[in-house]
Design a protein around this ligand. Structure first.
Ligand code: PLP
Length: 371
């Protein structure tokens, strides 16, 4: 390393990169702390809010980014016996994580060529229904109906055409999904409820309409099974959720700036006075949205040293973030982006997105530590 540095020029850059790699090895890794007890508590709280309905757990997208091998077993331990994933490949990973027993439903249904194993496809078109029955005759399946979201599921006319034949095959579940359940007063909610009732009242098969938002709309929306996802992981609209994640980012350098010096790409932020800047090793490649960069001099969000906010200043870059730590008496080894003082929804609001995207963007470079 010293020799490289002496050689100067391009080699000096390489030496600096090696320094960064060294720093990554020696310092606490960027760590995502996952509180599986909180996942279990959120499951039980949402099950209690579901009245007499069974409560499934939605673990698509690798358990909302937290790891299907982490979320799956935690939810089993809390009592979940039904799971939903988006894809057949996720069903296989979930089965490995939770073992035999619980039912696994696949929301994308029976896609051509998919290896479903013992997972239960939620068939969402007459074409899928007929393909599924031709190939998987006698095996479990469910039906997904479209009550107005216009995304997945059979439309009323399609359903009417195959309804008798489909119900004769004894589906495990008939479900639909609400488009606006996070807005309790939205007229779309009662409209979809009415459509779902019109399409399913009187059938023998168990019914499901509510995800997290739908559970909170009340008993009319619960039917036989509810399907919470985001609420399990501590996100809105389940405001009473216990926080599940803490995201801790190692400080790899600090430096003192004098008034007028700039920090980061494109000089977007200028030190208004003498201050101390900490550089943490994480960036947009780790799912920390670049839109969290300061808006010129105005920080959109902070990293936290315990309860003390340290505003993110300048641009979020691929692997690095700079924060103003002038208010800290002592620089800690790591600063938190997601923590009790600043949950996933606060980060989402600052980034112009939703908690779901904050969680599912969390990158592969984090060390995941279970607490
Ligand atoms: C993602 C999803 C859920 C879970 O939704 P949350 O808002 O995360 O609770 C339930 N049902 C379907 C069809 C979904 O796509």
């Amino acid at each position: 390393m010293q020799n490289l540095r002496k050689a100067g020029g391009e080699n000096c850059k390489i030496a600096l990169l090696l320094d960064l790699a060294d720093a990554r090895r020696n310092l606490p890794a960027m760590t995502l702390y996952i509180d599986t007890g909180a996942i279990g508590a959120n499951y039980r709280a949402l099950a209690a809010r579901s009245g007499g309905a069974r409560t499934a757990a939605v673990v698509k997208a690798n358990g909302y980014g937290l790891g299907i091998d982490v979320a799956g077993p935690a939810l089993c331990a809390a009592g979940a016996e039904d799971f939903f994933v988006a894809l057949a490949s996720e069903a296989a990973a979930l089965r490995r994580a939770i073992g035999q027993g619980p039912r696994i439903f696949v929301l994308s249904g029976h896609m051509e060529g998919a290896e479903l194993g013992d997972a239960i496809p939620m068939v969402n078109s007459p074409e899928q229904f007929f393909r599924d029955r031709a190939i998987r005759h006698g095996k479990k399946f469910g039906i997904q109906l479209d009550t107005g979201m216009n995304r997945l599921g059979m439309e009323p006319a399609e359903w009417a055409a195959i309804r008798a034949e489909a119900l004769a095959e004894k589906p495990e579940l008939v479900m639909s999904h609400l488009a606006c359940a996070d807005e309790p007063d939205h007229p779309m909610n009662p409209r979809q409820l009415r459509a779902f009732r019109e399409m399913t009242d009187g059938i023998d098969a168990p019914r499901s309409l509510a995800a997290t938002g739908g559970i909170l709309l009340g008993p009319d929306y619960h039917f036989d099974l509810t399907r919470p996802g985001i609420g399990l992981y501590g996100g809105r609209p389940f405001e009473e959720a216990s926080p599940v994640v803490r995201l801790s980012l190692p400080v790899i350098q600090t430096r003192d700036l004098t008034e007028g010096e700039t920090a980061g790409y494109s000089n977007t932020w200028t030190a208004p006075r003498r201050c101390k800047i900490a550089t943490v090793a994480a960036g947009y490649a780790d799912g920390i949205h670049r839109s969290l960069s300061s808006d010129g001099q105005r920080a959109r969000i902070s990293l936290y040293a315990g309860a003390v906010p340290c505003p993110i200043v300048g641009r979020v870059s691929m692997d690095l973030i700079t924060a103003d730590v002038s208010d800290l008496a002592e620089i800690p080894a790591a600063l938190d982006l997601i923590c009790p003082a600043q949950g996933i929804d606060a980060v989402a609001d600052a980034a112009g997105t939703i908690g779901y995207e904050v969680l599912t963007n969390l990158g592969a470079r984090y060390r995941r530590e279970i607490i």
